[in-house]
Design a protein around this ligand. Structure first.
Ligand SMILES: C[S@@+](CC[C@H](N)C(=O)[O-])C[C@H]1O[C@@H](n2cnc3c(N)ncnc32)[C@H](O)[C@@H]1O
Length: 333
């Protein structure tokens, strides 16, 4: 759920995921090999998990905050915009739903990153936002963006109050770090983050507890994450333990098909340039020049019944989006 530049790092980071875990596991292996033979298996496991978290934090801390112009040059700019559109639609829908019951809305953004979703929260007229992330540099940038958002706003324009917490949300309970430990959330948003806690059951459980603990009456926990197979344990089964009911589950493709039927989402999609134009006009260039990447669009565009230009993504981008899922859980009273 996000602002217009947000999902930029998401897809990058996903691509990096494999590298992070690979290098992490070889570093861990080296470290463990150097370790004293007497170290208990549990201690080894803890060391391995801590190293992974450290790698994740370091990776995100090192990501440069590049400007919009730079981001627009990216090979995957449309997929990033697409992910961003998807989060915008999801956030707006959930806030509308919650607003039917609540006048004031408090949100927890678990793994908020650099604050790409701040504008979405502002548009959704929420009252309070708590941003938490393991990467201290991202939290600083998120806070800076929030300050800019406040400064830029019209004096009559109400911007939500925000609090920022650097924390490994898969190991620490946020309730212990909140300015007001009694603060109750109506929505917990966890976008492209939850899978990082799948290092161990304990970590996934703590992340979920963070989504659950301070939430309050029939709230919504919405998540987007990678579909690395099914999640019998870490996903829905675990949510049951916390009395959270799965109310929505769709692949990104399914979500797109469903939501794009709504004219207002379609207009937003065009405005956010969430799809690439095919065929491109004579001055332009497709995002990918690899053979076969637009065969699907070419076939479709050849149909005289179809209006041109089409909006599309390259084959690889469609494939990448199809491995993600949108989940929404509701806390049972
Ligand atoms: C792909 S980015 C998504 C950022 C943001 N939610 C968005 O949609 O733009 C993943 C984020 O998860 C954060 N993260 C990963 N593991 C975490 C953990 N254990 N606790 C808190 N944040 C974590 C990373 O630092 C990073 O900012």
């Amino acid at each position: 759920m996000m602002a217009h530049n947000l999902s930029l790092n998401e897809t990058d980071s996903k691509l990096h995921d494999a590298e992070v875990s690979q290098s992490s596991s070889s570093a861990v292996k080296r470290r463990l090999e150097e370790d004293d033979e007497e170290v208990s298996p549990r201690k080894k496991l803890i060391t391995e998990e801590s190293l992974h978290s450290e790698k994740v934090a370091t990776h995100y801390n090192k990501l440069k905050e590049c400007g919009l112009a730079e981001r627009n040059k990216s090979r995957i700019v449309y997929m990033r915009n697409f992910n961003n559109w998807l989060k915008s639609v999801l956030i707006a829908e959930i806030l509308d739903k919650v607003r039917q019951r609540r006048r004031e809305i408090n949100v927890l953004d678990l793994g908020c990153g650099k604050g790409g979703d701040l504008l979405k929260w502002k548009k959704g007229r929420i009252d309070k936002l708590v941003c938490a992330d393991i990467a201290a540099v991202s939290i600083e940038q998120c806070q800076q963006r929030y300050n800019d958002l406040r400064r830029r706003g019209h004096p009559n324009d109400r911007t939500f109050y925000a609090e920022f917490i650097t924390s490994d949300c898969s190991r620490e309970l946020l309730s212990e770090k909140l300015q007001d430990p009694e603060l109750q959330f109506d929505v917990c948003s966890c976008q492209f983050v939850y899978h990082y806690s799948f290092e161990s059951e304990a970590q996934a459980d703590t992340m979920l507890r963070n989504a659950y603990t301070n939430s309050f009456g029939n709230e919504v926990f919405s998540v987007t994450f990678q579909k690395k197979g099914e999640y019998p344990l870490f996903g829905c089964q675990m949510a049951k333990k916390y009395n959270m009911r799965l109310v929505y589950k769709k692949t990104f493709n399914e979500f797109f098909e469903e939501k794009v039927k709504d004219e207002k989402n379609k207009v937003l999609m065009q405005w956010m340039q969430a799809l690439e134009q095919y065929p491109i006009d004579e001055r332009g260039q497709l995002a990918s020049d690899s053979p076969g990447e637009y065969d699907h669009a070419k076939r479709k565009a050849a149909d005289p019944a179809v209006r041109r230009p089409l909006g599309t993504l390259s084959k690889s981008e469609w494939e990448a989006t199809s491995i993600y899922l949108v989940f929404v859980f509701e806390k049972m009273l």
